[in-house]
Design a protein around this ligand. Structure first.
Ligand code: ATP
Ligand code: MG
Length: 740
């Protein structure tokens, strides 16, 4: 039987991460023994003539992971909207011998794809009748297997938690809003920022949550009052009164009021100027949101989706419904294409029909959850405690190495606690500070600006209290009448909390509810698939490696890049996948001399046949003997005149930087849940303690007593690490060329 021939095209608006998907489709297909073609300029290229259909090989998708847009071009095609256009497209595919098609685009592109597939048989028979293809050709292509990938910055597709390009757009939005916030704060100004999203408020909502904006207007949830202008102005005034220097309102393109009338950024500006009697500035972000290099997440998402698409197409039977690849709860899923398109359009229709409840109900649970969190955050102002409720003293502490997003979490917890009338205490310098009694009352303004700031404003240390330290802590807990403890941090925080829990029989004052919020770039904490800071660190790695790669264009050079993570290979593997490293060395897998020997041979043959750049990523503790230095010397010695080798130890730049939008959103979400947990337990007089986490898309609380059962204590990592299942895909795509 002849080889399966698969074609890929990108259509509609471009989105960051499309290139990662194209690369992944091409390489996975080649690896599985299929032939693969790219169709330039979307459907237009398919209609125009056969010339836009280009055979791809392993190297034709080299070096594209870090590029924005799509290297195979995208377009909107009027011709493809007509049956005639689609018939020509079918003819061109048959002539090229292609019977599998992967389309990356938005809802429009996928609707077109579905129609095309549904019409396929009739298009073929028309072509045979018209003599444009032979009867044999027609018989050889009775079906078209079709798989869709959603590439759209709006994240407006129902059934998938994220679409390719959304995360990068959110990066651009947070960068811009952070910049605006600093100027707005200098001048005590109000800014209205308009972002994309005609039928979907995802970018606006997450951008607002990530940047600590004061208000958001989204299509799915118009203000629930008629006089929204006055309510909004009142809210901003209250913020100013509490000490805020800037006010930011984020508005989605498709925002509207209850009556369905569009609300433009100008409307908000005019209303606020009238109410506040001050100048209000407008910034329309426009196409910068589509610009720039793809984020680490979008590179990985495109890669995983592309891989899944090829697997789907290669195992499809003619009767299979066309599917679209989505990500649900952090795992790839296959969704029925047409049903998903229909549901997506149903949201738009519900908004059009002013059935906002329905529109909101069709959104994912994390969207609804984020909206709830945002509403709580903007309401958060210093309040007296509710009548009949007890006022608790809740201490917040950072522990372990600094991790971007720690401040975001601390801010959210402190403001929410104050909003409910509790006394919020900040502990400086981690357990070191707690031992020394560095405890201070926090007010609403003491966390101002923390949402976007990297590092740890409270200060953090890596001391794990033991022995006498525990006496000191017990004293401080008593002296400050601490009722509950929120620990935001990494391994140090977890181990310390567990120690306190275990020594309760000796220290009655430890009988208070405690909760750990995972914040570590290493992502090595039990009970959570993600820890706060890891996404930022991955983006820092990706940024650094992109630059390192650019520095090497003129020489034949291999880089050995060392990344952090302690004994956990998350940053190594995911960093490798997002940068296109050809090899990652992880402690989990071990490093053997024979592997290194093989790697040297592969490097040599690669460079000898024209390759210019080698990229190996090594986890810092991958192997105690085969260090980064050792590996460099080994490769250098063996590479001799063929290539040279440079180490790049990324070091602490991975712990620094402003938190990514994902880390900010999750930090806020988790902090809110932690605070609710503590208050509930205080209310109920319970001293149960926990660590919180995100698993399968849900927020879960694990009993703190289970900590030691869930970990590999020697290597300070969880016993189960979900991401290890991605190893196979990473190494497949990293091969220099397919075997044979
Ligand atoms: P985005 O909205 O993210 O920019 P999209 O894929 O929804 O992306 P559209 O402009 O709606 O963008 O569609 C892109 C192309 O897909 C169209 O120019 C057209 O060629 C094709 N297409 C869209 N809808 C249909 C349809 N109903 N029938 C046939 N082809 C269609
Ligand atoms: Mg669209």
């Amino acid at each position: 039987m002849s080889k399966k021939r698969i074609a890929i095209l990108t259509s509609g608006g471009d989105a960051q991460g499309m290139n990662a998907a194209v690369r992944s489709v091409v390489r996975t297909a080649l690896d599985k023994g299929a032939e693969v073609y790219a169709i330039n300029e979307g459907y237009q290229g398919l209609v125009d003539d056969g010339d836009s259909i280009r055979r791809m090989d392993w190297d034709s998708v080299g070096g594209i992971l870090q590029l924005g847009g799509t290297i195979i071009g995208s377009a909107r095609s009027e011709a493809f909207r007509t049956r005639e256009g689609r018939r020509t497209a079918a003819r061109n595919l048959v002539r090229a011998g292609i019977d599998g098609l992967i389309v990356i685009g938005g809802d429009g592109s996928l609707t077109g794809a579905n129609l095309f597939r549904a019409e396929w048989r009739s298009l073929i028979s028309e072509l045979v009748d018209a003599g444009e293809i032979s009867a044999e050709e027609g018989a050889a292509y009775p079906n078209l297997s079709l798989v869709g990938l959603v590439g759209s910055i709006d994240n407006d597709f129902t059934g998938t938690d994220m679409t390719i390009g959304t995360d990068t757009a959110l990066h651009r939005i947070t960068e811009a809003v952070d910049a605006i916030t600093s100027t707005a704060a200098s001048h005590q100004r109000t800014f209205v920022v308009k972002v994309m999203g005609r039928n979907c408020g995802y970018l606006a909502l997450m951008g607002a949550l990530a940047c600590g904006a004061d208000w958001v207007l989204i299509p799915e949830a118009p203000p629930d009052v008629e006089n929204w202008q006055e309510v909004l102005a009142e809210r901003l005034r209250a913020g100013r009164k509490a000490g805020r220097r800037d006010s930011i309102v984020i508005i989605a393109e498709g925002a509207r009021d209850r009556e369905g009338n569009y609300i433009g950024s100008g409307d908000v500006q005019r209303a606020l100027e009238e109410q506040l009697r001050e100048e209000v500035r407008v910034t329309v972000l426009g196409h910068v949101q589509r610009g720039g290099r793809p984020s680490a997440f979008d590179r990985t998402l495109g890669t995983l989706m592309g891989h899944e698409a090829v697997n789907t197409i290669l195992t499809a039977t003619p009767d299979d419904e066309p599917v679209v690849i989505g990500i649900r709860n952090n795992r790839m899923t296959r969704l029925p294409l047409m049903e998903s398109v229909r549901k997506t359009q149903a949201v738009a229709e519900a908004i059009e029909a002013k059935d906002y409840e329905k529109a909101m109900s069709l959104r994912s649970s994390s969207f609804k959850d984020a909206f709830q969190t945002f509403k709580t955050m903007v309401r958060a102002l210093p309040h007296p405690v509710e009548q009949g409720k007890k006022r608790f003293r809740i201490a917040v502490l950072n522990a372990g190495a600094p991790s971007p997003g720690m401040n975001t979490a601390a801010r959210a917890a402190i403001r929410l606690g104050l909003d409910m009338g509790h006394v919020m205490l900040g502990v400086h310098n981690g357990f070191e500070g707690l031992i020394d009694g560095e405890v201070e009352g926090m007010d609403w303004m003491s966390v101002s600006g923390w949402a976007s700031r990297g590092g740890s404003m409270l200060g953090t240390t890596r001391r794990i209290p033991k022995g006498r330290d525990l006496y000191a802590i017990a004293r401080v807990v008593e002296d400050h009448h601490i009722d509950a403890l929120l620990l935001i941090g990494g391994w140090t925080a977890y181990e310390a909390a567990f120690n306190m829990l275990s020594s309760r029989p000796n220290f009655p004052s430890f009988n208070i509810p405690m909760i750990c919020l995972p914040a570590s770039i290493n992502n090595n904490l039990p009970g959570s698939e993600f820890s706060i800071g890891a996404d930022t660190a991955l983006n820092s790695i990706v940024d650094a490696v992109d630059k390192i790669k650019q520095s090497a264009v003129a020489t034949r050079r291999c880089f050995v890049v060392e990344v952090m993570g302690h004994y956990c290979g998350y940053l190594g593997l995911m960093g490798g996948m997002a940068t296109g490293a050809e090899r990652v060395y992880l402690h989990e897998e071990g490093v053997r001399l024979r592997d290194l020997q093989l790697d040297v041979e592969k490097l040599l043959s690669g460079f000898q046949s024209g390759k210019r750049l080698g990229l190996m990523i090594r986890n810092e503790y991958a192997n105690p003997v085969y260090t980064t230095e050792f590996m460099c010397s080994l490769f250098e010695e063996e590479g001799k005149d063929v290539f040279d080798v440079r180490p790049a130890i990324l070091g602490h730049l991975q712990q620094g930087g402003d938190p990514s939008p994902f880390d900010r959103v999750q930090a806020t979400r988790l902090a809110r849940m932690c605070l609710e947990y503590l208050i509930d337990h205080c209310d109920g007089g319970s001293s149960d303690s926990a660590f919180i986490g995100i698993q399968n898309g849900k927020i879960l609380f694990h009993d703190l007593r289970d900590f030691d059962r869930m970990i590999d204590a020697e290597h300070q990592r969880p016993k189960e690490q979900w991401w290890l299942e991605l190893k196979g895909i990473a190494s497949l795509l990293a091969k220099t060329r397919p075997a044979g």
